[in-house]
Design a binder for this molecule. Structure first.
Ligand SMILES: [Zn+2]
Length: 287
C-alpha cells in the first residue's frame, strides 16, 4: 500500500511532466473505482490545464486551471505511468483512467492510472475545506509542522495504544503502518503504550519521549523518501522504479529475527492492533 513517502515520490516524479500540461481529454474506462467518479468528472477535467501537482497526506492533488483540484488516492495497488499506445485501444484491463495530454514535455501523450484491486479513488473539489477527504486531516508529519506539542495535543486524553492513535489521520495526516512501527522502535516506545500516558508522563516527570518521537517520525519518512519509498508488493514510481527503503526496516516484517540494536539480545515480535500488525523489540521498547 503506498504510504506517504511513496505518494510523495510519485508526486515528485509526475510534477516536472504535468505542471503546465493541458488535459486534452480525460477518459474513464469504467464508471467507478472504490467510489463512483464525481458527476460529469470527464467533462469537468477535459480541456483544463494542470497548474500544480501537490500532496496532502496520502492524496495526490492536481490543481487545475478551472480552479478545481483533482484528488487521487492510490488505494492498495494504484499507480501512474506514461504510455504511448501503438493502437488506439491498446490499454490494459486495469487501466481505469487515462489522461490524454497536449503541449507537454511528458515522455508519452497518455498518463494512465492503473489499479488492479480498485481500492483507489478520485474526487474533484473547489475548496479543500469542503473536501470530505481533506477537511479533518491533522498536520503533515513531514516538515516543521510536527513537534512534541503537536503530538501532545493529539495524544491528550487518548487512552488507546499509541500505535493506533498515530494511525489516526486526525492526529497526523498520512502516517501509515510501516513508518509508525519503525518510528516507535527508534523512539523506544512500546506500540501498546497508552497515548495519553506519554503526555501525562511528560507533564509529571518531564518525560522527554515526545520530542524524540516527533523527530524519529520525520526522519524515518525522510529516509524512506530518499530511498524512493518502500516496495512491498507492486509499488513502483512513475519511472517504473521500485523503492528500496524496505531493506532498511528495523522491525517491520522482521518477526522472530534478531533486534538490530547493538548489544540487544531481543527478538522482534509481532502483535495485532486494530487489525494491523505491529512489530517491535520487547527489550528496546518495554511496556
Ligand atoms: Zn532490541
Amino acid at each position: 500500500m503506498p504510504e506517504l513517502p511513496e505518494v510523495e515520490t510519485i508526486k515528485r516524479g509526475l510534477s516536472p511532466f504535468l505542471i503546465n500540461a493541458r488535459i486534452k481529454k480525460l477518459i474513464l474506462r469504467r464508471k467507478n473505482l472504490r467510489f463512483d467518479f464525481p458527476e460529469d468528472f470527464a467533462e469537468q477535467v477535459s480541456g483544463t490545464k494542470i497548474v500544480n501537482v501537490t500532496r496532502r497526506a496520502k492524496y495526490l492533488l492536481l490543481e487545475l486551471s478551472s480552479g478545481k483540484t483533482l484528488l487521487s488516492h492510490l488505494g492498495m495497488t494504484g499507480n501512474y505511468r506514461f504510455f504511448n499506445p501503438e493502437q488506439p485501444d491498446e490499454f490494459e484491463k486495469h487501466d481505469h483512467v487515462v489522461f490524454e495530454l497536449t503541449s507537454t514535455n511528458a515522455p508519452a501523450p497518455f498518463l494512465v492510472y492503473s489499479d488492479p484491486r480498485r481500492f483507489g479513488f478520485m474526487d474533484l473539489f473547489e475548496n479543500g475545506d469542503d473536501c470530505k477527504f481533506l477537511k479533518h486531516l491533522g498536520p503533515e508529519p513531514l516538515g516543521n509542522q510536527l513537534n512534541a506539542s503537536v503530538l501532545a495535543d493529539g495524544f491528550a486524553g487518548r487512552r488507546g495504544p499509541v500505535k493506533t492513535v498515530l494511525l489516526d489521520q486526525k492526529v497526523l495526516a498520512g502516517l501509515g503502518n510501516i513508518y509508525v512501527c519503525e518510528a516507535l522502535f527508534r523512539a523506544k516506545i512500546h506500540p501498546a503504550s497508552s497515548a495519553t500516558s506519554l503526555v501525562n508522563a511528560k507533564q509529571q516527570k518531564n518525560d522527554t519521549r515526545l520530542e524524540p518521537l516527533a523527530i524519529h517520525i520525520r526522519q524515518v519518512l525522510e529516509e524512506a523518501l530518499d530511498a524512493g519509498g518502500s516496495t512491498l508488493k507492486d509499488y513502483k514510481s512513475v519511472e517504473g522504479e521500485t523503492g528500496y527503503f524496505q531493506h532498511s526496516f528495523d522491525v517491520y516484517g522482521r518477526e522472530d529475527e534478531n533486534c538490530r540494536t547493538p548489544d540487544c539480545a531481543g527478538t522482534i515480535e509481532r502483535m495485532v492492533q486494530a487489525g494491523r500488525s505491529s512489530f517491535f523489540c520487547p527489550r528496546c521498547q518495554p511496556l
